[in-house]
Ligand binder design. Structure first.
Ligand code: AMP
Ligand code: MG
Length: 414
Protein backbone atom coordinates (compact mmCIF):
# COMPACT_ATOMS: atom_id res chain seq x y z
CA UNK A 1 0.00 0.00 0.00
CA UNK A 2 1.14 3.54 -0.70
CA UNK A 3 0.21 6.63 1.34
CA UNK A 4 -2.72 8.75 0.20
CA UNK A 5 -0.47 11.75 -0.40
CA UNK A 6 1.77 9.77 -2.73
CA UNK A 7 -1.22 8.59 -4.77
CA UNK A 8 -2.61 12.11 -5.00
CA UNK A 9 0.77 13.42 -6.02
CA UNK A 10 1.00 10.83 -8.79
CA UNK A 11 -2.43 11.83 -10.09
CA UNK A 12 -1.99 15.60 -9.83
CA UNK A 13 1.42 15.46 -11.53
CA UNK A 14 -0.35 14.37 -14.70
CA UNK A 15 -3.39 16.64 -14.67
CA UNK A 16 -1.96 19.73 -16.33
CA UNK A 17 -4.11 22.87 -16.68
CA UNK A 18 -5.54 23.27 -20.16
CA UNK A 19 -4.45 26.14 -22.42
CA UNK A 20 -6.50 29.28 -21.78
CA UNK A 21 -9.23 30.38 -24.20
CA UNK A 22 -11.27 33.54 -24.68
CA UNK A 23 -14.98 33.25 -23.86
CA UNK A 24 -17.87 35.72 -23.69
CA UNK A 25 -18.73 36.86 -20.19
CA UNK A 26 -21.99 34.91 -20.10
CA UNK A 27 -20.09 31.65 -20.59
CA UNK A 28 -17.44 32.35 -17.95
CA UNK A 29 -19.20 31.55 -14.66
CA UNK A 30 -17.19 29.12 -12.53
CA UNK A 31 -14.15 29.20 -14.78
CA UNK A 32 -10.72 30.19 -13.51
CA UNK A 33 -9.62 33.46 -15.09
CA UNK A 34 -6.16 33.32 -16.62
CA UNK A 35 -5.50 37.08 -16.70
CA UNK A 36 -5.59 39.80 -14.06
CA UNK A 37 -8.14 42.53 -14.69
CA UNK A 38 -7.65 46.21 -13.89
CA UNK A 39 -10.42 48.70 -14.40
CA UNK A 40 -10.20 51.16 -17.28
CA UNK A 41 -13.28 53.04 -16.12
CA UNK A 42 -14.77 55.02 -13.24
CA UNK A 43 -17.67 53.34 -11.41
CA UNK A 44 -20.00 55.10 -11.05
CA UNK A 45 -19.03 56.93 -14.26
CA UNK A 46 -20.58 60.22 -13.05
CA UNK A 47 -21.72 61.68 -9.73
CA UNK A 48 -25.33 60.63 -9.15
CA UNK A 49 -27.96 60.45 -6.46
CA UNK A 50 -28.49 57.43 -4.22
CA UNK A 51 -32.04 58.56 -3.37
CA UNK A 52 -35.17 59.91 -4.94
CA UNK A 53 -35.54 63.52 -3.76
CA UNK A 54 -34.29 67.02 -4.45
CA UNK A 55 -30.84 68.14 -5.54
CA UNK A 56 -29.93 71.29 -3.63
CA UNK A 57 -27.04 73.45 -2.55
CA UNK A 58 -26.31 72.24 0.99
CA UNK A 59 -25.74 75.86 2.10
CA UNK A 60 -29.41 76.59 1.30
CA UNK A 61 -30.57 74.02 3.88
CA UNK A 62 -28.81 75.52 6.90
CA UNK A 63 -31.33 75.73 9.75
CA UNK A 64 -33.99 73.74 7.82
CA UNK A 65 -34.19 71.13 10.58
CA UNK A 66 -35.56 73.84 12.91
CA UNK A 67 -37.56 75.90 10.42
CA UNK A 68 -38.23 74.47 6.94
CA UNK A 69 -36.86 76.46 4.00
CA UNK A 70 -38.58 76.88 0.66
CA UNK A 71 -36.57 76.50 -2.56
CA UNK A 72 -37.64 77.25 -6.15
CA UNK A 73 -38.03 74.05 -8.26
CA UNK A 74 -36.27 74.63 -11.58
CA UNK A 75 -36.37 71.19 -13.22
CA UNK A 76 -36.34 67.41 -13.04
CA UNK A 77 -33.55 64.91 -13.75
CA UNK A 78 -34.17 61.22 -13.98
CA UNK A 79 -31.94 58.19 -14.51
CA UNK A 80 -30.70 58.06 -18.08
CA UNK A 81 -30.72 61.84 -18.63
CA UNK A 82 -27.41 63.47 -19.42
CA UNK A 83 -28.03 66.28 -16.93
CA UNK A 84 -29.40 69.83 -16.89
CA UNK A 85 -28.53 72.75 -19.14
CA UNK A 86 -28.32 75.49 -16.53
CA UNK A 87 -26.72 75.05 -13.11
CA UNK A 88 -28.75 75.01 -9.91
CA UNK A 89 -28.46 78.47 -8.38
CA UNK A 90 -28.82 79.76 -4.83
CA UNK A 91 -32.35 79.22 -3.51
CA UNK A 92 -33.09 76.63 -6.21
CA UNK A 93 -33.70 72.87 -6.21
CA UNK A 94 -34.14 70.15 -8.84
CA UNK A 95 -36.36 67.11 -8.54
CA UNK A 96 -34.06 64.05 -8.94
CA UNK A 97 -34.50 60.27 -9.18
CA UNK A 98 -32.13 57.52 -7.98
CA UNK A 99 -29.26 57.03 -10.42
CA UNK A 100 -29.76 60.39 -12.17
CA UNK A 101 -26.67 62.59 -12.63
CA UNK A 102 -26.19 65.38 -10.11
CA UNK A 103 -27.06 68.66 -11.81
CA UNK A 104 -24.22 71.19 -11.88
CA UNK A 105 -24.41 73.62 -9.00
CA UNK A 106 -26.12 71.17 -6.64
CA UNK A 107 -23.92 69.44 -4.04
CA UNK A 108 -26.38 67.46 -1.93
CA UNK A 109 -29.66 65.54 -2.13
CA UNK A 110 -32.57 65.80 0.30
CA UNK A 111 -34.55 62.61 0.20
CA UNK A 112 -38.17 62.86 -0.84
CA UNK A 113 -39.34 61.82 2.64
CA UNK A 114 -37.87 65.06 4.11
CA UNK A 115 -39.28 67.43 1.52
CA UNK A 116 -42.64 68.48 0.15
CA UNK A 117 -43.28 70.00 -3.26
CA UNK A 118 -45.98 72.64 -3.57
CA UNK A 119 -49.20 71.71 -5.35
CA UNK A 120 -48.29 73.66 -8.49
CA UNK A 121 -44.76 72.18 -8.52
CA UNK A 122 -43.06 75.54 -8.45
CA UNK A 123 -41.36 75.13 -5.08
CA UNK A 124 -40.30 72.60 -2.48
CA UNK A 125 -40.20 72.82 1.28
CA UNK A 126 -37.06 71.26 2.77
CA UNK A 127 -37.35 70.02 6.37
CA UNK A 128 -33.77 68.93 7.02
CA UNK A 129 -30.36 70.53 7.05
CA UNK A 130 -28.04 68.31 4.97
CA UNK A 131 -24.25 68.31 4.59
CA UNK A 132 -22.39 68.68 1.30
CA UNK A 133 -22.38 65.30 -0.48
CA UNK A 134 -25.54 64.05 1.23
CA UNK A 135 -26.79 60.96 -0.71
CA UNK A 136 -24.40 61.78 -3.56
CA UNK A 137 -22.36 58.91 -5.07
CA UNK A 138 -19.27 60.57 -6.54
CA UNK A 139 -17.74 59.38 -9.83
CA UNK A 140 -15.24 56.58 -9.09
CA UNK A 141 -16.61 56.14 -5.56
CA UNK A 142 -16.67 52.35 -6.14
CA UNK A 143 -13.97 51.67 -8.73
CA UNK A 144 -11.32 53.87 -10.37
CA UNK A 145 -9.22 53.30 -13.49
CA UNK A 146 -6.22 51.17 -12.55
CA UNK A 147 -7.91 49.38 -9.64
CA UNK A 148 -7.03 45.66 -9.57
CA UNK A 149 -10.42 43.92 -9.74
CA UNK A 150 -9.47 40.28 -10.32
CA UNK A 151 -6.24 38.38 -9.99
CA UNK A 152 -5.34 35.62 -12.43
CA UNK A 153 -6.30 32.29 -10.87
CA UNK A 154 -9.61 33.49 -9.44
CA UNK A 155 -12.66 31.29 -9.99
CA UNK A 156 -15.34 33.57 -11.43
CA UNK A 157 -18.44 34.09 -9.31
CA UNK A 158 -21.67 35.88 -10.19
CA UNK A 159 -20.41 39.03 -8.44
CA UNK A 160 -17.11 38.93 -10.39
CA UNK A 161 -19.07 38.78 -13.63
CA UNK A 162 -21.19 41.68 -12.45
CA UNK A 163 -18.09 43.79 -11.82
CA UNK A 164 -16.67 42.88 -15.24
CA UNK A 165 -19.96 43.75 -16.94
CA UNK A 166 -19.99 47.07 -15.07
CA UNK A 167 -16.66 48.13 -16.54
CA UNK A 168 -17.62 47.02 -20.03
CA UNK A 169 -15.52 43.85 -20.30
CA UNK A 170 -17.22 41.57 -22.86
CA UNK A 171 -14.80 38.65 -23.03
CA UNK A 172 -12.35 37.06 -20.61
CA UNK A 173 -9.45 34.64 -20.94
CA UNK A 174 -10.20 31.53 -18.88
CA UNK A 175 -8.99 27.96 -18.46
CA UNK A 176 -11.54 25.68 -20.14
CA UNK A 177 -13.02 22.88 -18.06
CA UNK A 178 -12.49 19.31 -19.25
CA UNK A 179 -15.17 17.30 -21.04
CA UNK A 180 -15.25 14.07 -19.11
CA UNK A 181 -16.38 10.71 -20.52
CA UNK A 182 -17.83 8.16 -18.09
CA UNK A 183 -17.78 4.39 -18.60
CA UNK A 184 -19.15 1.60 -16.41
CA UNK A 185 -17.66 -1.89 -16.68
CA UNK A 186 -19.00 -5.22 -15.47
CA UNK A 187 -20.72 -8.30 -16.89
CA UNK A 188 -23.20 -8.21 -14.02
CA UNK A 189 -24.53 -4.76 -14.88
CA UNK A 190 -27.68 -3.82 -16.76
CA UNK A 191 -28.86 -0.35 -17.64
CA UNK A 192 -32.04 -0.88 -19.66
CA UNK A 193 -34.58 -0.98 -16.84
CA UNK A 194 -35.43 -4.64 -17.41
CA UNK A 195 -36.08 -7.00 -14.47
CA UNK A 196 -32.89 -8.39 -12.93
CA UNK A 197 -31.88 -11.86 -14.12
CA UNK A 198 -30.00 -14.02 -11.58
CA UNK A 199 -26.56 -12.53 -10.88
CA UNK A 200 -27.39 -9.14 -12.34
CA UNK A 201 -27.42 -5.72 -10.67
CA UNK A 202 -28.28 -2.31 -12.04
CA UNK A 203 -25.55 0.10 -13.08
CA UNK A 204 -25.69 2.99 -10.64
CA UNK A 205 -22.11 4.29 -10.77
CA UNK A 206 -22.39 5.88 -14.19
CA UNK A 207 -25.26 8.13 -13.21
CA UNK A 208 -23.71 8.88 -9.82
CA UNK A 209 -20.33 9.78 -11.31
CA UNK A 210 -21.86 11.83 -14.11
CA UNK A 211 -23.92 13.68 -11.52
CA UNK A 212 -20.88 14.35 -9.33
CA UNK A 213 -19.09 15.68 -12.40
CA UNK A 214 -21.94 17.96 -13.44
CA UNK A 215 -22.37 19.20 -9.89
CA UNK A 216 -18.67 20.10 -9.93
CA UNK A 217 -19.08 22.08 -13.13
CA UNK A 218 -17.72 19.62 -15.69
CA UNK A 219 -19.37 18.65 -18.95
CA UNK A 220 -19.93 14.88 -19.03
CA UNK A 221 -20.28 12.44 -21.90
CA UNK A 222 -22.05 9.13 -21.34
CA UNK A 223 -19.82 6.49 -22.87
CA UNK A 224 -22.05 3.65 -21.77
CA UNK A 225 -21.72 0.26 -20.21
CA UNK A 226 -18.91 -2.04 -21.34
CA UNK A 227 -18.59 -5.78 -20.72
CA UNK A 228 -15.61 -7.36 -18.93
CA UNK A 229 -13.90 -8.02 -22.24
CA UNK A 230 -10.47 -6.72 -23.17
CA UNK A 231 -11.30 -5.83 -26.75
CA UNK A 232 -14.53 -4.07 -25.81
CA UNK A 233 -12.76 -2.11 -23.08
CA UNK A 234 -9.93 -1.13 -25.41
CA UNK A 235 -12.39 0.08 -28.05
CA UNK A 236 -14.34 2.09 -25.46
CA UNK A 237 -11.23 3.74 -24.00
CA UNK A 238 -9.87 4.63 -27.44
CA UNK A 239 -13.20 6.08 -28.54
CA UNK A 240 -13.34 7.97 -25.26
CA UNK A 241 -9.93 9.62 -25.55
CA UNK A 242 -10.77 10.67 -29.11
CA UNK A 243 -13.72 12.76 -27.93
CA UNK A 244 -13.00 13.69 -24.30
CA UNK A 245 -10.39 15.56 -22.26
CA UNK A 246 -10.48 12.98 -19.45
CA UNK A 247 -12.14 9.61 -18.78
CA UNK A 248 -13.63 8.16 -15.63
CA UNK A 249 -14.32 4.43 -15.47
CA UNK A 250 -15.69 2.30 -12.66
CA UNK A 251 -14.96 -1.33 -11.95
CA UNK A 252 -12.27 -3.67 -13.15
CA UNK A 253 -9.32 -2.33 -11.15
CA UNK A 254 -9.16 -4.92 -8.34
CA UNK A 255 -7.44 -8.30 -8.04
CA UNK A 256 -10.15 -10.32 -9.80
CA UNK A 257 -9.60 -12.47 -12.88
CA UNK A 258 -11.89 -10.27 -14.97
CA UNK A 259 -10.63 -6.87 -13.85
CA UNK A 260 -9.56 -5.74 -17.30
CA UNK A 261 -9.54 -1.95 -17.01
CA UNK A 262 -6.13 -2.03 -15.38
CA UNK A 263 -4.88 -4.60 -17.90
CA UNK A 264 -5.98 -2.60 -20.94
CA UNK A 265 -4.93 0.76 -19.50
CA UNK A 266 -1.49 -0.68 -18.82
CA UNK A 267 -1.23 -1.97 -22.38
CA UNK A 268 -2.49 1.05 -24.34
CA UNK A 269 -1.59 3.81 -21.89
CA UNK A 270 0.92 4.90 -19.31
CA UNK A 271 -0.68 3.61 -16.14
CA UNK A 272 0.06 3.28 -12.46
CA UNK A 273 -2.02 0.73 -10.58
CA UNK A 274 -2.05 1.78 -6.96
CA UNK A 275 -3.05 0.12 -3.71
CA UNK A 276 -3.65 3.12 -1.49
CA UNK A 277 -3.71 3.04 2.32
CA UNK A 278 -7.31 4.23 2.54
CA UNK A 279 -10.70 2.66 3.16
CA UNK A 280 -12.86 2.57 1.14
CA UNK A 281 -11.35 3.00 -2.36
CA UNK A 282 -8.05 1.18 -1.96
CA UNK A 283 -7.37 0.33 -5.64
CA UNK A 284 -6.96 3.01 -8.30
CA UNK A 285 -5.76 2.60 -11.86
CA UNK A 286 -4.67 6.03 -13.01
CA UNK A 287 -2.90 6.75 -16.24
CA UNK A 288 -2.91 8.60 -19.48
CA UNK A 289 -3.67 7.46 -23.00
CA UNK A 290 -2.12 9.42 -25.84
CA UNK A 291 -4.73 10.75 -28.26
CA UNK A 292 -3.47 9.79 -31.72
CA UNK A 293 -4.85 12.88 -33.49
CA UNK A 294 -2.89 15.47 -31.49
CA UNK A 295 -0.58 13.61 -29.14
CA UNK A 296 -2.40 14.90 -26.02
CA UNK A 297 -2.04 12.70 -22.92
CA UNK A 298 -5.64 12.17 -21.79
CA UNK A 299 -5.97 11.30 -18.07
CA UNK A 300 -7.96 8.15 -17.28
CA UNK A 301 -9.27 7.61 -13.75
CA UNK A 302 -9.93 3.89 -13.25
CA UNK A 303 -12.09 3.99 -10.12
CA UNK A 304 -13.11 0.90 -8.15
CA UNK A 305 -16.56 -0.57 -8.81
CA UNK A 306 -18.09 -0.61 -5.37
CA UNK A 307 -20.44 2.36 -5.40
CA UNK A 308 -19.14 4.07 -2.25
CA UNK A 309 -15.53 3.37 -3.25
CA UNK A 310 -16.08 5.01 -6.60
CA UNK A 311 -17.54 8.11 -4.95
CA UNK A 312 -14.77 8.40 -2.35
CA UNK A 313 -12.14 7.86 -5.04
CA UNK A 314 -13.85 10.56 -7.10
CA UNK A 315 -13.55 13.00 -4.19
CA UNK A 316 -9.93 12.18 -3.36
CA UNK A 317 -8.41 11.89 -6.83
CA UNK A 318 -10.74 12.60 -9.70
CA UNK A 319 -12.33 15.88 -8.69
CA UNK A 320 -9.02 17.44 -7.54
CA UNK A 321 -7.30 16.29 -10.75
CA UNK A 322 -10.05 17.67 -12.96
CA UNK A 323 -10.09 20.94 -11.02
CA UNK A 324 -6.35 21.25 -11.51
CA UNK A 325 -6.91 20.74 -15.25
CA UNK A 326 -9.46 23.57 -14.97
CA UNK A 327 -6.85 25.96 -13.59
CA UNK A 328 -7.63 25.78 -9.87
CA UNK A 329 -4.62 26.22 -7.59
CA UNK A 330 -3.38 23.74 -5.01
CA UNK A 331 -5.46 25.28 -2.22
CA UNK A 332 -8.67 25.15 -4.28
CA UNK A 333 -8.67 21.50 -5.35
CA UNK A 334 -10.52 19.89 -2.46
CA UNK A 335 -13.86 20.21 -0.77
CA UNK A 336 -13.79 22.43 2.31
CA UNK A 337 -12.51 20.72 5.45
CA UNK A 338 -13.61 21.61 8.99
CA UNK A 339 -12.89 20.24 12.44
CA UNK A 340 -15.97 18.70 14.06
CA UNK A 341 -16.88 17.06 17.35
CA UNK A 342 -18.00 13.43 17.14
CA UNK A 343 -21.36 13.14 18.89
CA UNK A 344 -20.98 9.35 19.03
CA UNK A 345 -18.03 6.98 18.57
CA UNK A 346 -16.89 6.55 14.96
CA UNK A 347 -15.83 2.90 14.81
CA UNK A 348 -12.69 1.59 13.15
CA UNK A 349 -9.74 -0.70 13.87
CA UNK A 350 -6.04 -0.07 13.29
CA UNK A 351 -5.15 -1.39 9.81
CA UNK A 352 -2.57 1.00 8.42
CA UNK A 353 -5.22 2.93 6.48
CA UNK A 354 -6.96 6.29 6.71
CA UNK A 355 -10.71 5.66 6.84
CA UNK A 356 -13.29 7.93 5.27
CA UNK A 357 -16.48 7.49 7.29
CA UNK A 358 -19.85 8.59 5.96
CA UNK A 359 -21.32 11.09 8.40
CA UNK A 360 -23.93 13.77 8.75
CA UNK A 361 -22.40 17.06 9.76
CA UNK A 362 -24.30 20.01 11.20
CA UNK A 363 -23.15 23.33 12.55
CA UNK A 364 -24.33 23.98 16.10
CA UNK A 365 -24.74 27.71 16.66
CA UNK A 366 -24.84 27.53 20.46
CA UNK A 367 -21.47 25.81 20.84
CA UNK A 368 -20.07 27.27 17.60
CA UNK A 369 -18.89 23.81 16.53
CA UNK A 370 -19.59 21.35 13.77
CA UNK A 371 -21.01 18.07 15.10
CA UNK A 372 -20.95 14.72 13.29
CA UNK A 373 -22.80 11.42 13.54
CA UNK A 374 -22.40 8.30 11.44
CA UNK A 375 -24.89 8.13 8.59
CA UNK A 376 -25.10 4.33 8.77
CA UNK A 377 -23.35 1.11 7.77
CA UNK A 378 -19.84 1.68 6.42
CA UNK A 379 -19.32 -1.16 3.93
CA UNK A 380 -18.12 -0.01 0.51
CA UNK A 381 -21.34 -1.35 -1.04
CA UNK A 382 -23.59 0.46 1.46
CA UNK A 383 -25.07 3.15 -0.76
CA UNK A 384 -27.92 4.02 1.57
CA UNK A 385 -25.53 5.50 4.14
CA UNK A 386 -23.72 7.38 1.37
CA UNK A 387 -27.01 8.86 0.26
CA UNK A 388 -27.72 9.84 3.87
CA UNK A 389 -24.27 11.44 4.34
CA UNK A 390 -23.30 15.02 3.63
CA UNK A 391 -19.68 14.71 4.71
CA UNK A 392 -16.77 12.30 5.09
CA UNK A 393 -14.99 12.12 8.44
CA UNK A 394 -11.26 11.48 8.05
CA UNK A 395 -10.31 8.84 10.63
CA UNK A 396 -6.53 8.49 10.96
CA UNK A 397 -5.09 5.01 11.45
CA UNK A 398 -5.67 3.81 14.99
CA UNK A 399 -8.60 3.04 17.26
CA UNK A 400 -12.13 4.43 16.98
CA UNK A 401 -12.81 8.12 17.40
CA UNK A 402 -14.46 8.48 20.80
CA UNK A 403 -17.57 10.55 21.42
CA UNK A 404 -16.49 14.12 22.15
CA UNK A 405 -13.25 13.83 20.16
CA UNK A 406 -12.41 16.27 17.39
CA UNK A 407 -12.25 14.87 13.88
CA UNK A 408 -11.44 16.30 10.46
CA UNK A 409 -14.42 16.37 8.10
CA UNK A 410 -14.70 16.94 4.35
CA UNK A 411 -17.97 18.71 3.53
CA UNK A 412 -19.39 17.16 0.37
CA UNK A 413 -22.16 19.62 -0.31
CA UNK A 414 -20.01 22.75 -0.75
P1 AMP B 1 -15.24 -4.42 -9.40
O1 AMP B 1 -14.44 -3.22 -8.96
O2 AMP B 1 -15.47 -4.46 -10.85
O3 AMP B 1 -14.62 -5.66 -8.85
O4 AMP B 1 -16.65 -4.28 -8.71
C1 AMP B 1 -16.75 -4.24 -7.30
C2 AMP B 1 -18.20 -4.31 -6.89
O5 AMP B 1 -18.86 -3.15 -7.36
C3 AMP B 1 -18.96 -5.48 -7.43
O6 AMP B 1 -19.85 -5.95 -6.43
C4 AMP B 1 -19.71 -4.90 -8.61
O7 AMP B 1 -20.86 -5.61 -8.91
C5 AMP B 1 -20.03 -3.51 -8.13
N1 AMP B 1 -20.14 -2.59 -9.25
C6 AMP B 1 -19.24 -2.46 -10.24
N2 AMP B 1 -19.64 -1.54 -11.11
C7 AMP B 1 -20.83 -1.08 -10.69
C8 AMP B 1 -21.75 -0.12 -11.17
N3 AMP B 1 -21.50 0.54 -12.30
N4 AMP B 1 -22.88 0.13 -10.48
C9 AMP B 1 -23.11 -0.55 -9.33
N5 AMP B 1 -22.27 -1.46 -8.81
C10 AMP B 1 -21.15 -1.74 -9.49
MG1 MG C 1 -16.18 -5.79 -12.16
Amino acid sequence: MIPLDEARGAVLARCAPAAAITVPLDAALGHVIAESIRSTEFVPPFANTAMDGFAVRAADTVGASDAPVTLRLVGTVRAGMSGLDSPVGAGEAVRIMTGAPMPPGADAVVMVELAGASADGSSVQIAAEVPVGNHVRPAGDDIEPGDLLLEAGTALTAAHLGVLATIGVGHVVVVPRPRVGVISTGDELIDDGSPLAPGQIRDSNRLTLRSLLSASGFETIDLGLVRDDEDAIEAALLAGVASCDALVTSGGVSMGDFDFIKVVLDRIGDMRWMQIAIKPAKPLAFGTITRPSDGEAVPVFGLPGNPVSSMVSFELFCRPGLRQMSGFGAAQLDRPTVMAIAEEPLARRPDGKIHFARVRCAYDLDSATYRVRSSGAQGSHHMASMAAADALAVLPDGPAIAAGDAVRVMLLTL
